[in-house]
Each structure stands twice: as structure tokens, then as C-alpha cells.
Design a protein around this ligand. Structure first.
Ligand code: AHR
Length: 501
């Protein structure tokens, strides 16, 4: 039997709440027709969908990254500020952007959500000057033309944007304005230099990946200016083919949750920067987005080739307990690395592969939404030291046909620094078998516990308009029958076992 020994007094470290961040891009229906839907009766006076705002507040979104993503690498922020907006052609996604959602609307959204803004700048076609001008616009009180422009555009007070990233995936051939490692480190250095002369209080990140050459060049020259290094990860890549990995294939991906983090951690440590620079996993999702014939050399000609297929991202039946189980395992993994991973942004928050789907008359909370609801409302901020024995595994076959062993349970122990209550996240990955977890915690005997569970009646359970297949349910408070007790975990379930304070 899988046994975990928990010692509430042994706190490894405290996680940053920004691990539960989100990302929103000018892509398909994430913004226009998604969270920003002026004219919809469900939207407020500023055009934001109040049902979406309410759902995002429930999961306490701590940070929201914007405006991209690939979109940002040809984005010029000045086109979307001020009383007259000029629609522009978005060369990343080959659509016209109405420019009605820009910096002011984004900041207003973050204020409504009570979250930190996190702006990703254009390091594709953009320059150090354009990036630092954007920072002047947002953060300077009234000095210079850009701060004055902001005031003229209706915002007397600076926006105070603390988090900024230089570029998005500029290492990738698919990215507009892609760079070689050497030119990237110089551009980041010169951009960071200018930005920090505008506002030295900002925390800067730069686009990176788990690649030695890229990161050595970046860190050697730009390291002194950075507080973060950004990496992205999608496992089930579907840009060209909307080919979903099934539950068993998704389980194989759970053996690859920390690979990139460990590689970047190793490099930061080699540079002696592991106490100064943290990792921002600022785009992650089990499911890569579907957008055929646009990130490739061959572009689609007819809209049916490259535009209409994007609607396939909106099929709610595709987001099942596989997505919930995987996402919970990934959140466990970044909590276990919270000494160096300080931010993670689910990509995206709304529509596409997001946790919230919008339609004309309402929203659908997909399976992943309930995992964020469970984790942000019931897990603690302190990550506890634990000892596990008797772990069991199962045989799975990955999407590429390889067979491997995967652990059946993924467990994380936390403690709330405010009131000391202990809560364990426990994911039963097995598709059809109940798993027993024996919990040993001598210092908590006499405290009642309850099990909160995100689950459905099968691995393929999903939520849709007028269909509820996945829910968060609360178990009854129970007194353990001693310092060691067993909890039964349902197949394909995400659970939090929380103890009374
Ligand atoms: O598939 C969407 C893209 O994924 C984002 O725009 C980019 O940042 C990442 O490659």
C-alpha cells in the first residue's frame, strides 16, 4: 500500500501564489468574443463578461500574462491606445485585430480580477526603444511623452506593471523575428538596460527554453538584468493535426513534467544564479493549440485551411478527466519545485484549450477549471517534507507507441502558513482501479479530515453547455482512527485531503 508520512513541522519552502497564474492571447476567441464581449448582455459597462470575471475570481487568478504568445512578436502597442484605434493586420495569426482591446483595457481587466499584470513585449520586430517606451507609458508618473500620452488617454495614475517579459519563443523558426542565441542575448541585454533605466523596480524575464546554448548566451550577458527566465511546455502538440492523446497516452506524459525545469535549474545553478533568477513556466497546457497552416512555411490559402479549423479548439467534449488529472500532476510538480519555479501561466485562461469556455448565453467550466478551484481554495502555501513508501505503478503506452511505467498516485503535502491547517493533494491516475493511500501524521491525530474530489463517471467525462460530467464534490468530515489511517481514492480522480485547523 502507498503510504505517506507527513511532518507538518518540516516545511521545505513556501510556494509563490503566481504558480496558479493564467495567460490570455489575441488568438481566436480568447479576448474578442471571449472575455471581452462588448454588447453581450452578460458583459459589464466596460465590455467584460461578468460570468467569466466571476469564475476567474473564484480561482483567485494571481497573475495574467498578455498579449501573447506568437501574436506579440509583431505587435505594436501604440496602435491600441488612445481614443482612435486603427485596426491592424495580425501577421502572427493572419487576422485583423480591431485594436479595441489594448493596454488600458488589459489593465482594467487585471484590476477587475485583482491580479498582477504581466506584459510580454515584442522582441520579434520590436526594438529596445519600443519596449522601454511601453514601460514609460505604463509606469512613469508624468515624465516624457509616453507617460503624458497615457494621461491624455485617460489614465492619470501610472499602471505600475511589475512583471515584464522580453519576447516570446524567439528561438523558434515559427516565431516572427526569430533570433539566433547570440543576437538574442544582445537584444535582451540592450532592451533590459533601457527598461531598467525607465523603472528599475520591475522584474524582467526573457524568452528561453531548456537549451544549454540558448541559455548560456542569454544568462552570460543578460543574466545580471533578469529576475525570471521564461519557458513554455505543451505535451500533446496539435498545431497541424487536432489529434488528441487519449487517457492512457496522457498518463505517459506525466513522466515528463519536470524535465525542462530540472535542466534550467541546473544551468541557473551552474551560473550561481539559482537564488536570484526564478523560472516562469508562463505557458503550459497538456493540449497544444490547433491552428494549422500558419506556423508552418506553407501557409493555408483558403480560410477553410487555416482559419475555420481553429474552431475545433472549442469542442468541450475534448477536455476530459485526462486534462484534469494531468493538470493536477503538473501543479503538484511545480509546487515541488517552488524553490525555483515562481510563476506558471495556464495557456490560456478562456476558450481555445482554456479552463473556461464562453458562448453567447453563458460559460462552461471545463474539467481543468475545477482543479484550479480545488487547489487555489484548499491547498496551503507551505510545501511539506514527506516520506513515501509502497508506491505502485502501472503500464502505459505513450502516443508515440513507447511503453513505460507510471506511478498510480501523485501526492503533495502542504500547510497553510496562516492557520497551520494541513492539506494533501492526491491524484489517482489509475483509469479504473481505486487506490488506497495510507497517511501517517502523528502530530495531527485527533483532527478531523475531509476529502474534496474533482471527478466524473469515466476518464472521458467532460462538461459542456447543458451537460455536467465533471464536478468538485466535498466529502464529510471524518475522524481518523489513529495517527495512521487509509483513504480510498476513486479511479481517475483529483483529490485534496484537508484537515481541520
Ligand atoms: O499555440 C499557441 C502558441 O503556443 C503561442 O502563441 C505561443 O507562445 C506558443 O508557441
Amino acid at each position: 500500500m502507498h503510504r505517506i508520512t507527513v511532518r507538518p513541522a518540516c516545511v521545505r519552502f513556501t510556494r509563490d501564489i503566481k504558480l496558479y497564474g493564467h495567460f490570455i492571447e489575441h488568438f481566436h476567441r480568447q479576448i474578442y468574443g471571449g472575455i471581452y464581449d462588448p454588447g453581450n448582455p452578460l458583459s459589464d459597462a466596460d465590455g467584460f463578461r461578468e460570468d467569466v470575471l466571476s469564475a476567474m475570481r473564484q480561482i483567485h487568478v494571481p497573475v495574467l500574462r498578455w498579449p501573447g504568445g506568437c501574436f506579440v512578436s509583431a505587435y505594436h502597442w501604440q496602435k491600441a491606445v488612445g481614443p482612435t484605434r486603427t485596426p491592424f493586420f495580425d501577421k502572427a495569426w493572419r487576422v485583423e485585430d480591431p485594436a479595441t482591446f489594448g493596454t488600458h483595457e488589459y489593465i482594467k481587466l487585471c484590476r477587475k480580477l485583482g491580479c498582477e499584470p504581466y506584459i510580454c513585449t515584442n522582441a520579434g520586430t520590436g526594438t529596445a526603444e519600443e519596449m522601454s517606451d511601453w514601460l514609460e507609458y505604463c509606469n512613469l508618473e508624468s515624465e516624457g511623452e509616453f507617460a503624458r500620452m497615457r494621461i491624455q488617454n485617460g489614465a492619470r495614475e501610472p499602471f505600475g506593471v511589475r512583471y515584464w517579459s522580453i519576447g516570446n519563443e524567439n528561438y523558434g523558426a515559427w516565431e516572427i523575428g526569430a533570433k539566433e542565441a547570440g543576437e538574442w542575448s544582445r537584444l535582451v541585454t540592450e532592451s533590459a538596460k533601457m527598461m531598467r533605466r525607465v523603472d528599475p523596480s520591475i522584474e524582467l524575464s526573457a524568452a528561453a527554453l531548456a537549451d544549454v546554448e540558448w541559455n548560456v548566451a542569454l544568462l552570460r550577458r543578460a543574466g545580471p538584468y533578469l529576475r525570471w527566465i521564461s519557458i513554455h511546455k505543451y505535451w500533446n502538440l496539435m498545431a497541424e493535426e487536432n489529434d488528441f492523446a487519449d487517457y492512457g497516452q496522457v498518463l505517459a506524459y506525466t513522466n515528463d513534467l519536470e524535465t525542462d525545469i530540472m535542466r534550467v535549474r541546473g544551468l541557473l545553478t551552474a551560473f550561481g544564479l539559482e537564488k536570484r533568477i526564478r523560472i516562469a513556466c508562463d505557458e503550459w497546457n497538456l493540449r497544444g493549440w490547433h491552428h494549422p497552416r500558419v506556423l508552418s512555411v506553407e501557409q493555408g490559402i483558403a480560410k477553410e485551411e487555416y482559419l475555420s479549423p481553429r474552431d475545433l479548439n472549442d469542442r468541450n467534449e475534448d477536455y476530459t478527466m485526462a486534462d484534469a488529472v494531468f493538470s493536477a500532476c503538473y501543479l503538484n510538480a511545480i509546487n515541488r519545485n517552488a524553490d525555483i519555479v515562481g510563476m506558471a501561466c495556464f495557456a490560456p485562461a478562456v476558450n481555445t484549450r482554456g479552463c473556461i469556455f464562453t458562448w453567447q448565453d453563458g460559460i462552461v467550466l471545463r474539467s481543468t477549471y475545477h482543479v484550479f478551484d480545488l487547489y487555489t481554495n484548499h491547498l496551503g502555501d507551505e510545501i511539506l517534507d514527506t516520506w513515501e513508501t509502497g508506491a505502485e505503478s502501472m503500464d502505459v503506452t505513450g502516443k508515440d507507441g513507447h511503453r513505460e511505467q507510471v506511478g498510480t498516485l501523485d501526492v503533495l503535502a502542504t500547510r497553510d502558513s496562516r492557520d497551520g491547517h494541513v492539506a494533501l493533494a492526491a491524484v489517482n491516475k489509475h483509469p479504473c482501479e481505486m487506490q488506497t493511500l495510507e497517511i501517517c501524521m502523528d502530530s495531527m491525530s485527533g483532527k478531523a479530515y475531509r476529502v474534496l474530489t474533482v471527478n466524473g463517471d469515466s476518464v472521458d467525462a467532460f462538461n459542456d453547455i447543458n451537460h455536467t460530467g465533471v464536478m468538485l464534490t466535498e466529502g464529510a468530515w471524518t475522524m481518523p482512527d489513529g495517527p495512521a489511517f487509509a483513504v480510498q481514492l476513486a479511479p481517475h480522480s483529483v483529490n485534496v485531503i484537508e484537515f481541520e485547523t
